[in-house]
Design a protein around this ligand. Structure first.
Ligand SMILES: Cc1cc2nc3c(=O)[nH]c(=O)nc-3n(C[C@H](O)[C@H](O)[C@H](O)COP(=O)(O)OP(=O)(O)OC[C@H]3O[C@@H](n4cnc5c(N)ncnc54)[C@H](O)[C@@H]3O)c2cc1C
Ligand code: SF4
Length: 335
C-alpha cells in the first residue's frame, strides 16, 4: 500500500478544498474523506483503494438530527447509523429507515458507520475486492469475470455487459422509498440532489457510481414531511439473520384511503439492483388498487419484469417478488 497522509478537517470549506485536489471523487480517488472508516479502511487493507491523502471529517459539526421548517427531518452526514436508527422521530415518522438501519451490519459497525459513508459504501462483489482479478469497476476496461462467474449475490436489475455489481446498502433502499434529498457542498457551493438522481447505473462506466465531483462533501440528508397516515416497512432476506448483506430486500411506504384502496405508495428494492432500486413500475401497479394479495403480486411482477438473471442468481427474481409481496402485506396490516 502507498503511504498516505492523514489530515483533520477543521471546517467544511477546508475539507472541500482539500478533497478537490483529487482528480476524481469516484473509484481510485487519490484524496478521500474518512468518516466511520468501516468501508474505506477495509478497501485500503485490500489495496482496492489507495488514497495518498485521507481527510478526517469526524470533527465537523455534521452529526445532528433536526426537524426542518416544513415538517421533515434533516440528518447530518456524520450522524451514526446507530443513533439515527433509535432516534424517536425516525422511529415514529420514518420507521422504514430505522428498520433498514437495524437490519444492516452489526451493532459495533452501526456505532461507527455514518449516514454519508453508508450512502457511498462499495459493492461486495468478490472480484472487485480481489486485486488479482480483472474488474471493470476497479480497473476500467479490464473485464467483468462476475458475468458467468461467481454472481450469486449480484444484481439482476440495472446491469450492463460491463458490470453487474449490487449496491449492498440497506439504508439507501429506505432513503429511496422516502424520496430523500442529498445535500452536497462542493467547490462551486451547495447543491441538493434527489436520491433518485444521485446514483448512476454502470452502463459502460461502472467506475462512476454517483454524481459526485472532486471536492464534493455530503453535508446532510433531508426527508420530506410524512403525510398523516403513512406507514412503512423494510424487509430484508439474507443467508443468516444478522451481519449479512441482503439477497433481496424491500422498502415500502404506503397510505390507504378510507375505502382501503392505496392512495400513496413508494417502493424500493435492495440486494437486486446495481443501485438502490426505486420501482415506479410497482408503484404504478398499486396506485388506486385495493390492498390485496392480487394487487401486491401484480406489483411484484411489474417490479421484476426487466430482471436479467445471471448464471447463479436466477433465484433472486422469485425471492425479490416474494419479499416485496410480504413487505406490502406487512405494511397494509401495520397499525
Ligand atoms: C462486516 C461488515 C458487514 C456489513 N454489513 C452491512 C449490511 O448488512 N448492510 C449495510 O447496509 N451495510 C453493511 N456494511 C457496510 C456499512 O454499512 C458501511 O461500511 C458503512 O455504512 C460506511 O460508513 P462509514 O462512515 O464507515 O464510511 P467510510 O468507510 O468512512 O467511508 C465510505 C466512503 O464514503 C466516503 N465518505 C464518507 N463520508 C462522506 C461525506 N460526508 N461526504 C463525501 N464522502 C464521504 C469516503 O470517502 C469513502 O469513500 C457492513 C460492513 C462491514 C464491514
Ligand atoms: S460485477 Fe462489476 S464489480 Fe464485479 S467484477 Fe464485474 S465489473 Fe467488477
Amino acid at each position: 500500500m502507498d503511504l498516505f497522509e492523514l489530515i483533520t478537517a477543521q471546517s467544511v470549506p477546508e475539507a472541500v478544498k482539500a478533497q478537490a485536489r483529487s482528480a476524481s471523487a469516484q473509484q481510485g480517488a487519490s484524496v478521500r474523506f474518512i468518516a466511520g472508516g468501516t468501508n474505506l479502511a477495509d478497501y485500503m487493507k485490500l489495496n482496492v483503494e489507495r488514497p495518498t491523502q485521507l481527510i478526517d471529517i469526524n470533527r465537523l459539526p455534521l452529526d445532528k438530527i433536526e426537524p426542518t421548517a416544513d415538517g421533515g427531518l434533516k440528518i447530518g452526514a456524520l450522524a451514526r447509523n446507530a443513533d439515527v436508527a433509535v432516534d424517536a422521530r425516525v422511529k415514529a415518522q420514518y420507521p422504514v429507515l430505522s428498520q433498514a438501519l437495524l437490519a444492516g451490519a452489526s451493532p459495533q459497525l452501526r456505532n461507527m458507520a455514518t449516514v454519508g459513508g453508508n450512502l457511498l459504501q462499495k459493492t461486495r462483489c468478490v472480484y472487485y475486492r480481489d486485486t488479482a482479478a480483472n474488474c471493470n469497476k476497479r480497473v476500467p476496461g479490464s473485464g467483468c469475470p462476475a458475468i458467468g462467474g461467481h454472481n450469486r449475490m449480484l444484481a439482476i436489475l440495472g446491469t450492463s455487459e460491463h458490470c453487474i455489481a449490487t449496491n449492498p446498502s440497506d439504508q439507501n433502499v429506505a432513503l429511496m422509498a422516502l424520496e430523500a434529498s442529498v445535500h452536497i457542498e462542493g467547490v462551486k457551493g451547495q447543491r441538493t440532489v434527489l436520491i433518485k438522481d444521485f446514483y448512476l447505473v454502470p452502463g459502460a462506466t461502472p467506475q462512476r457510481e454517483t454524481v459526485l465531483e472532486p471536492g464534493d462533501l455530503i453535508t446532510h440528508v433531508t426527508l420530506p414531511a410524512p403525510a398523516a397516515g403513512i406507514r412503512g416497512v423494510y424487509l430484508k432476506l439474507r443467508d443468516r439473520a444478522s451481519y449479512e448483506f441482503a439477497l433481496a430486500s424491500a422498502a415500502v411506504v404506503m397510505k390507504q384511503g378510507a375505502g382501503g384502496s392505496i392512495d400513496f405508495v413508494r417502493v424500493a428494492l435492495g440486494g437486486v439492483g446495481t443501485k438502490p432500486w426505486r420501482s415506479e413500475e410497482a408503484e404504478n401497479a398499486l396506485r388506486g388498487k385495493p390492498a390485496s394479495l392480487a394487487s401486491f403480486q401484480a406489483a411484484a411482477e411489474a417490479a421484476l419484469k426487466q430482471a436479467k438473471p445471471q448464471s447463479e442468481n436466477a433465484f433472486k427474481v422469485e425471492l425479490a417478488k416474494r419479499c416485496l409481496v410480504q413487505a406490502m402485506h406487512q405494511v397494509s396490516q401495520s397499525a
